[in-house]
Design a protein around this ligand. Structure first.
Ligand code: PRP
Ligand code: MN
Ligand code: MG
Length: 178
């Protein structure tokens, strides 16, 4: 797997340090607010697991599953909701947890949905932000790292469902997805 990676963009140490900072910031900002963190599967699974253990206030968690890339390297633009929430978000403070915001299509779709479900407030925490290919006017409220326009995998992020288990975030060699 390592031979498919052109360059390590963020190593385990850098990720751990930043995730701790995000957890501390969320703990501060949401003191007394009892937020629900909602992990957007599958990509956010690894980040979510690490992030919630760095949060020191009472929270709830839930997950939903949305996908738009399938096994392609580019967004189809059509977001498919594959599994829905299991708890009521009406009147609650929500933090959507994403691994990456790229075109913004996934987030745009989800934000509209949470609004119609009657959430009081919806904010977004994304480990990675890639503004270069944004198609929607939106930006995550909490960002781990701004990244350049490269195809990245690892720490939950996949190409054709592979590489999610890499402990770091790496740039995939172009020959792999071309
Ligand atoms: C990826 C990623 C984000 C979304 C970001 O999910 O995990 O959810 O795309 O891209 P966007 O801003 O262009 O919408 P994907 O559809 O690959 O599903 P997965 O999380 O199961 O890998
Ligand atoms: Mn995803
Ligand atoms: Mg994916």
């Amino acid at each position: 797997m390592r031979s498919d990676i052109q360059e390590i963009l963020l190593d385990e140490e850098a990720i751990e340090k930043r995730v701790s900072q995000l957890g501390a910031k969320i703990s501060e900002d949401y003191f007394g607010k009892h937020p629900i963190l909602i992990g957007i599967l599958k990509g956010s699974a690894v980040f979510m697991a690490d992030l919630i253990r760095k949060i020191t206030i009472p929270i709830e968690i839930d997950f939903l599953k949305a996908s738009s890339y399938g096994s392609a390297a580019q967004s189809s633009g059509v977001v498919k909701l594959e599994e829905d929430l299991s708890i009521d978000v009406k009147g609650r403070n929500i933090i959507l947890v994403e691994d990456i915001v790229d075109t913004g299509n996934t987030l745009k779709y989800l934000l509209g949905r949470f609004e119609s479900l009657g959430a009081t407030e919806v904010k977004v925490c994304s480990l990675l932000n890639k503004p270069a290919r944004r198609e929607q006017i939106l930006s995550p409220d909490y960002i781990g790292f701004e990244i350049p326009n490269a195809f990245v995998v690892g720490y939950g992020l996949d190409y054709a469902q592979k590489y999610r288990n890499l402990p770091y975030i790496g740039i995939l060699k172009e020959e792999i997805y071309q």
